[in-house]
Design a protein around this ligand. Structure first.
Ligand code: ATP
Length: 287
């Protein structure tokens, strides 16, 4: 594994407000890494320290390769045309205007459209094109698909996957857990200036598997109570819900009871926490 980014003991305070408190992490080349956290957790600050846009109080940051940064919306003049922005940024980057990159993101059809007339999806595609000028090794994306419709989201995800398959390293911040689950190899969750989780999306789900919901459908209604291995949650129609930390013991106990009262089971579902629920549990409440 080749390292693309290494952050060691990064600390950043805004006056008395300690935003990043001695955080360390590594991102490998070719990885899609998501930085998560609730509003104000310090995601942008972390990214801006790595990008060299913000000074930090202590720590070390190592970046291997050239990087491109996706701009925030409203960061371009409202009357600039797509092709003008692309040409201007290419000149700033001292690189030739790569029209094939412009075309590959479907921007040719809007090349003469002014920025203020573009849809959110068109703006995002333009921002991605600007970030990719000069063929960077590491790409920073800030909520890349926020505000996009399903089609726009799928198209942009495809572009991001293509970048990964070309060996690019991608760091993104997102509030969309479906997107994170779909795209990312590794996620880090910031809370109170520290990481409260670092690992793959499936490791997060696994880590938060302490509580599992059992959904049991029966032929006849029955009076639900707490069992010794599960707690009764609710009943909706013929579905009864129990919460447990031990699936096998809880199921054995409930099924034995149902058999004893001659109530038949029609369906059983084991419901794990989604990534979104796991994220909320860890980012808001802590483990
Ligand atoms: N220039 C600044 N001066 C003082 N405080 C700041 C400054 N920039 C950010 N902060 C504070 O630092 C904290 C972290 O902000 P940051 O923008 O990094 O969070 P974030 O995780 O990116 O949030 P969001 O999801 O809302 O974009 C917040 O409490 C914010 O108010």
């Amino acid at each position: 594994m080749t390292l693309a980014i290494k952050v060691e003991n990064l600390t950043k305070n805004y006056g008395q407000n300690s935003v990043l408190n001695d955080i360390s992490f590594e991102i490998n080349k070719g990885e899609i890494f998501a930085l998560l956290g609730t509003n104000g957790a310090g995601k942008t600050t972390t990214l801006e320290c790595i990008e060299g846009l913000k000074k930090y109080d202590s720590g070390k940051i190592f970046v291997q390769g050239k990087f491109g940064v996706q701009l925030q919306s409203a960061s371009l003049p409202s009357n600039i045309k797509a092709i003008e922005a692309f040409t201007l940024f290419s000149k700033w980057n001292k690189t030739v205007v790569d029209i094939s990159l412009f075309e590959s993101l479907g921007l040719n059809e809007i090349k003469n459209k002014q920025y203020c007339q573009m849809s959110t999806g068109q703006k995002r595609r333009l921002h991605l094109a600007l970030a990719l000028i000069g063929n960077p090794d590491i790409i920073f994306l800030d909520e890349p698909t926020a505000g996009l419709d399903v089609e726009g989201r799928i198209a942009l995800h495809e572009q991001i996957r293509k970048l990964k398959s070309n060996g690019k390293t991608i760091i993104l911040s997102s509030h969309d857990m479906a997107e994170v689950e779909d795209l990312c190899d590794k996620i880090a969750i910031l809370k109170g200036g520290k990481f409260v989780f670092m690992g793959s999306p499936s490791e997060l789900i696994l880590e938060m598997q302490s509580e599992i919901t059992l959904q049991i459908k029966t032929t006849d209604p029955f009076i639900c109570t707490n069992f010794s291995h599960s707690s009764y949650l609710k009943t909706e129609g013929s579905y009864h819900y129990f919460v447990t930390i031990n699936i096998s013991d809880a199921l054995l106990e409930i099924l034995t009871y149902l058999k004893s009262i001659s109530n038949s089971v029609l369906d059983i579902r084991i419901i794990h926490q989604s990534l979104e629920e796991s994220f909320l549990t860890i980012a808001k409440e802590g483990k």
